[in-house]
Design a protein around this ligand. Structure first.
Ligand code: RIB
Length: 294
């Protein structure tokens, strides 16, 4: 079994601020740092650090060399990453003193993915392989369609939510990863139990992984729900916590087929990630997660 993460790659410009800038306001940032990020990259890194062999596909610009270096460092195969004329995608991220963030995205190279690139990449994979997707690149519907037609198992994190995400897509996924806000946007319910029920109807063939912030997370398949409480830590930067959770959950689930263990390890990994700044560096290795006493 092989794992392909076809997704976004962003240079994250992280501004640490006292409070988020309001309309019409000019504020001083306390510090600024640039890190490798993007939901596709982050999820591939998390899965790789959790011990899964991963290939990352997508597009970067000439300014994206740092990503290749980082991927190499954690053992991610980059042979399906294409270099294009457009600059690498970027994100302006404000992180406040409570570790919360708000993100402004510029698609850049992520918006140059073509159907030809998708076909060529998927040609190298086989039925039963795993395709990890998010919603920060173009041609997502085609990726889901083609991935499913070729018998790949699809893990979809429809983040950031917009009208690119359709009901037809959801019917084809094996694992749907959503937080409570995305769940409500998709199914209209705010109560977690009701969300699971409705999302399960929308993804009849799949499993739902619902994260609920400080209220923990749950997994639902064929009406059976597994729950996990959150680990309490002092948050410094929540960027990539969800991506860490997704990559870790999949890695453990694929290795053990044990949703309880997958939820627990993913929650621990995400808790560790929020105690450090940035995306790439904050995602822990499996040894650190397993050794952590929480
Ligand atoms: O999920 C976190 C990621 O969202 C950041 O790395 C940023 O690039 C945005 O895509």
């Amino acid at each position: 079994m092989r794992v392909l993460c076809f997704g976004s790659v962003n240079l994250d410009h992280i501004y640490n601020v006292q409070e988020f800038v309001k309309p019409g306001e000019t504020c001083k940032a306390l510090s600024v740092e640039t890190h490798c990020g993007g939901k596709g990259f982050n999820q591939a890194v998390a899965a790789a650090k959790a011990g899964l062999p991963v290939s990352l596909a997508g597009c970067i610009g000439g300014d994206g060399r740092e990503f290749l270096k980082n991927c190499q460092q954690v053992g991610i195969d980059t042979s399906y990453l294409r270099q294009v004329e457009e600059p690498t995608g970027s994100a302006v991220i404000q992180v406040n003193q409570r570790g919360e963030n708000c993100i402004l995205l510029y698609g850049g190279a992520n918006q140059t993915v073509t159907r030809a690139q998708i076909n060529q990449t998927l040609d190298a994979f086989e039925p039963g392989d795993v395709l990890i997707l998010q919603n920060e690149i173009c041609e997502l519907a085609y990726l889901v369609e083609e991935g499913a037609r070729r018998g790949l198992r699809i893990a979809l994190n429809p983040s950031p939510m917009n009208d690119q995400i359709t009901r037809t897509m959801l019917e084809k996924v094996t694992w749907l990863f959503v937080n409570e806000v995305e769940a409500e946007q998709l199914c209209g319910a705010s109560d977690p139990e009701e969300c699971l029920c409705r999302l399960q109807q929308m993804c009849p063939e799949g499993a739902i992984v619902l994260t609920l912030g400080s209220a923990g997370s749950c997994y639902c398949r064929s009406g059976t729900v597994t729950r996990q409480s959150a680990f309490r830590v002092q948050a410094v930067d929540t960027t990539a916590a969800g991506d860490t959770f997704t990559g870790y959950f999949l890695a453990v689930m694929l290795k053990t087929d044990d949703p309880k263990r997958a939820l627990q390890t993913a929650s621990k990994a995400a808790a560790i990630a929020v105690t450090q700044k940035g995306a790439f560096d904050s995602i822990p290795w499996l040894e650190e997660v397993e050794a952590a006493q929480m």
